[in-house]
Design a protein around this ligand. Sequence first.
Ligand code: DX5
Ligand code: ZN
Length: 218
Amino acid sequence: MQISPSLLSADFANLEAELKRIANADWAHVDVMDAHFVPNLTLGLPVVEALLRVSPVPIDAHLMIDDPDRWAPGYAEAGCQSVTFHIEAARDPRTLARTLRAAGARAAMALKPGTAFAPYEDLLPELDMVLVMTVEPGFGGQSFMTDQLPKVREVRDAVKRHGGEIWVQVDGGVSGPTIEQCAEAGADVFVAGSAVYGAEDAAAAVEELRALVRGHHH
Ligand code: DX5
Ligand code: ZN
């Protein structure tokens, strides 16, 4: 059970200090948005490279961008230990996942709320993680979509059948009131933006979320 706080809700003028606030987390989740795949713009590779130099925890890059086949490998080559591309944007996901792994990263596929998992189940051998979005990607602070829980369960069941160490991540509206449902449905990596960075004590918020899912096993 791992917690990956999203920097989207952090103070962008003080990202180094904001990373140090979550040194007890498993990952730092960095949301890359290009104002094309999603209607918002955040940051790109130069900023991620700077974060990699100062982060106390490995970086979990979530690429909400067009043409990940072209741009995602750069994040792996820069040293991101997990790189997630959106399946809706990928032209050749199998080759892309292999390229990410060859560059030393964990390769992950993300699904928007309207995207079914079943057509992509055959990609599991190429993947280290599947991200089930529990909000429409683009913005922090949105409400958790309970209707995505059956998809989390479906992915977990497929991972069990397939075997191997493939993580199931949830992202969007994950907080004290919703994290346990995610764990029960089969998630084991939990992204939380506003629930962590909106708290006075971000490290304590990470521990509280961790305590809520401790004891769940898949
Ligand atoms: C949304 C991003 C999320 C976002 C989550 O498109 O992918 O990572 O930061 O924020 P919360 O936890 O506030 O919903
Ligand atoms: Zn994200």
